[in-house]
Design a binder for this molecule. Structure first.
Ligand SMILES: [Zn+2]
Length: 481
């Protein structure tokens, strides 16, 4: 080892499948998981003479993605042919965008490991079509082609080389995923391939400003693979430089099982693709009226919502971040807070019991067995002191399994907490009489003995005594003034 410190420089190309109902240039459905080659037509299978027609919704989604990531929108844009051959691309060209992408020069803010905010610049976001899928048969007996994915609309989000670690790359991807989900243009399911990522990576001496030679590792579809690629490719390039061997610019394939990269193809440049404007598609002109229409779909974004939750509901910062990490969860919180009229209790129950329940049932918040209105009602009972904390948990569990309303559960199971002081005094008197030793301890200054006595009152009342009142009454009865 030479002792030189190296710095990793990372840029990402993120592919996001848009959740339009139909493909980008034909009317075939985009639905995932259909029987092979059933969602195809002459256009998306590249039959000669078939004519593409652009999906207006796909253009709107791309513009929306640009608006949500601080991009400039090119009001005049066009589709280009990117020529290359691969068996999953029947036309032998992909319709993409070259010099006039729909969106350019944006940025996103991420949090670094040291907790600072860092700007990651976006070079561009463009619209293109997805390719089909090769399914490799076992024992190398051949490959099969499924063209259902051909022509599914895809966004390519290209960053500048602004990331310096796997943590920063991950943080960026999480942020992109969250934004896409907020603006509802993609489900970003990495396991179904609707969000995939290419990692461009180079290393350089930490003191240098010049970029090193980079490699591009294609088609990573999990946070784990992305982290592993960044670590392994950094180590490989540093080792080469240490040995005085130059890094070769190449496109790499990541083998998840072997945990290593292999070369797919050597250096390629844009000119190799012979881009030219697609003569079958008219240029895209986003005029003022259309632009304003798209803008009207832009919801409050995660960062703004997080800040609002802190200000409006007075939530702790970490709870606000957790609740706004998912648009549906944030909606749930706002609805529950409104019904319950108790911002903090609602926050407490959602970040605690509700998330635990969803995890246990393996469902998303949209499929929660307890709706926000019902949880809000339960919180009202708690805040009024009508039921105790442990009773509330019991009601919550019954709500989750039966779907009954909190009111009917509390009524049918007579779960009402005893807050009547006359009734509590009777129980307290009995407890004092039956536990002379603890009373003696308490009077001798052992404050802890009161906890035991409250426990006895809970037992006597079958858990229905209001514990706070029970403690107050015990103290009063044992210290007659
Ligand atoms: Zn089609």
């Amino acid at each position: 080892m030479s002792g030189i410190a190296y710095e990793t420089v990372i840029g990402l190309e993120v592919h996001v499948e848009l959740s339009t109902l139909t493909k980008v240039f034909c009317g075939c459905p985009t639905e995932f998981g259909a029987e092979e080659n059933t969602h195809c037509c002459p256009v998306c299978t590249g039959m000669p003479g078939a004519l593409p027609v652009i999906n207006k919704k796909a253009v709107e989604y791309a513009v929306l993605a640009g608006l949500a990531t601080h991009c400039e929108i090119n009001r005049y844009s066009k589709m280009d042919r990117k020529n290359y051959f691969y068996p999953d691309l029947p036309k032998a060209y992909q319709i993409s965008q070259y010099d006039l992408p729909l969106c350019k020069s944006g940025f996103l803010e991420i949090e670094t490991e040291s907790g600072e905010t860092k700007k990651i610049r976006l070079n561009r976001i463009h619209l293109e079509e997805d390719a089909g899928k090769l399914v490799h048969a076992p024992n190398h007996s051949g490959s099969l082609l499924d063209m259902n994915r051909c022509g599914v609309p895809l966004l390519e989000i290209v960053t500048e080389p602004d990331m310096r670690s796997a943590q920063e790359a991950r943080s960026f991807l999480e942020s992109i995923k969250k934004i896409m989900e907020y603006i509802q243009i993609s489900d970003c399911k990495m396991e179904e391939g609707s969000m995939r990522c290419d990692v461009n990576l180079s290393v350089r001496p930490a003191s240098s400003d010049a970029l090193g030679i980079r490699t591009e590792t294609k088609n990573l579809n999990s946070f784990r693979s992305i982290t592993r690629v960044i670590e392994s490719e950094t180590a490989r390039q540093v080792q080469l430089l240490e040995q005085g061997v130059p890094v070769v610019q190449a496109t790499l394939h990541w083998d998840e099982d072997a945990g290593e990269t292999s070369v797919l193809r050597l250096k390629e440049e844009a000119q190799d693709y012979r881009y030219f404007p697609d003569p079958d598609l008219a240029p895209i002109h986003v005029d003022d009226a259309w632009f304003a229409h798209i803008q009207s779909f832009l919801p409050e974004l995660p960062e703004a919502r997080r800040k609002r939750f802190i200000e409006q509901y007075k939530l702790p910062a970490d709870a606000a971040a957790l609740l706004t990490s998912d648009a549906a969860l944030a909606d749930y919180y706002e609805a529950a807070a409104e019904t319950s009229q108790s911002n903090l209790t609602a926050c407490h129950w959602i970040t605690g019991e509700l998330l635990r329940l969803l995890k246990e049932k393996e469902v998303t918040v949209s499929d929660s067995p307890i709706g926000p209105g019902a949880l809000g009602q339960l919180i009202q009972f708690i805040d009024r002191g009508a039921i105790s904390g442990s009773q509330a948990k019991e009601v919550f569990d019954i709500m989750a399994s039966t779907g009954e309303s909190p009111e009917s559960i509390i009524r049918s199971r007579s779960l009402v907490q005893i807050s009547d002081s006359g009734q509590l005094e009777e129980i307290a008197a009995r407890v004092i009489q039956n536990n002379p030793k603890s009373v003696g301890d308490y009077l001798a200054g052992k404050e802890k003995a009161i906890g035991f006595l409250v426990g006895q009152m809970m037992k006597e009342s079958k858990g229905k005594a209001n514990p706070k009142l029970a403690g107050e009454i015990l103290t009063r009865l044992m210290n007659p003034s």
